[in-house]
Ligand binder design. Structure first.
Ligand SMILES: [Zn+2]
Length: 338
């Protein structure tokens, strides 16, 4: 099964050296890497420790070596969501986005058969975001990654619609990643922001795009959601029932039922449990579930594709999950990678 083309749509990368944006911009809150020993670095938010990372977080060679060992042929690269910096002054986020996007574009240029790139945008300033989106397309990135919300805007916000419209026009698919998790003041223990907050964020994003009519108004926009759609798949019955019994609350911006949009968007396969893999594949279809691992982070699938391969699905379905769905979401062809 190692020979089946495997494309991992959910992996994160950082530049090895991140400028000191705090001194550059005159205020803090940005991430930099403290290379305190060979092959390891501390992600620091100003002076505060955020996360320890290994060289596979920045070194394409280390990543390709691991991919070769693990049977992954292509990684779709995106930044780490803590880099979004939507909270910062928009022109600073724009500068930061350009830096991160150029970094990823440089890697793609060197290794076009091993990596595909997603850009990040200053989403809090839609005009700048569209400008950078257009540039991302020019420098060879194949889509963008955005957060599950943008400051006070959920993804139904009218301010964001022109960005989504531009993504559709430019044929740039979107990967929605949970971040800045809701309810963190109630989740100080047990890693709950990651275990409870993140899945809720992803459902927030999906419901906002459905109820807000984004999918309805942009039929060609291709969107994939991280972590198997978070808590959405298990609660689709509740969401649909809510729409049925309280259209006065749910159907105010879009009167089509939520279930109509099942199969309209992609989910990654990062669910860690065979029962849930069956659930999402049965719900949205194998052609809408794509391998995604959250590489190189520990809450990801540590042996990429292991869950999909353990499901004993027919070969065609397995191939669909390992690369077919990724290709259709990215709008790419298998021969790009052979
Ligand atoms: Zn991730």
């Amino acid at each position: 099964m190692k020979d089946i083309l495997s494309i991992d749509i959910h992996t994160h990368i950082l530049p090895e050296h991140i400028p000191d944006f705090k001194s550059k911009f005159g205020y803090g809150g940005f991430i930099h890497l403290d290379h305190h020993k060979t092959g390891c670095a501390r992600m620091m938010m100003d002076d505060r420790f955020f996360r320890e990372v290994g060289c596979n977080c920045w070194d394409p060679k280390a990543r390709m070596d691991e991919c070769d060992e693990q049977g992954v042929h292509v990684q779709v690269l995106s930044t780490v969501p803590v880099m979004f910096a939507y909270w910062a002054q928009a022109h600073h986020t724009h500068t930061l986005s350009k830096f991160l996007n150029d970094h990823i574009a440089g890697i793609i240029e060197k290794h076009p058969k091993r990596f595909v790139g997603l850009g990040t945008l200053p989403m809090q300033a839609p005009d700048l975001a569209i400008e950078e989106l257009t540039r991302c397309k020019k420098i060879g990135l194949k889509g963008i990654q955005i957060g599950s919300h943008i400051n006070d805007w959920n993804l139904n916000a009218p301010e964001l619609f022109p960005i989504f419209q531009a993504c559709e026009e430019l044929d740039m698919p979107i990967f929605v990643h949970p971040w800045d998790m809701m309810g963190q003041d109630k989740m100080s223990r047990y890693w709950l922001p990651w275990l409870v907050g993140m899945p809720a964020e992803t459902s927030l994003a999906i419901c906002s795009m459905i109820f807000g009519g984004v999918f309805e108004r942009l039929p060609k926009l291709r969107v994939a959601f991280a972590h198997g759609g978070g808590s959405f798949p298990a609660t689709i019955g509740r969401v649909q029932h809510g729409f049925d019994v309280r259209p006065d609350l749910c159907a105010i911006d879009n009167n089509r039922p939520p279930s109509d949009y099942i199969g309209r968007f992609w989910l990654d396969s990062l669910v860690h449990a065979p029962e849930v893999m069956d659930l999402i594949v049965n719900l949205v279809g194998a052609d809408r579930v794509a391998l995604g691992t959250d590489y190189p982070f520990p809450l990801g699938e540590l042996q990429p594709g292991k869950l999909i391969k353990s499901m004993n699905y027919p070969l065609e379905k397995t191939s669909q999950l390992l690369h077919g769905s990724a290709l259709s979401w990215l709008g790419m062809d298998k021969k790009n990678f052979l």
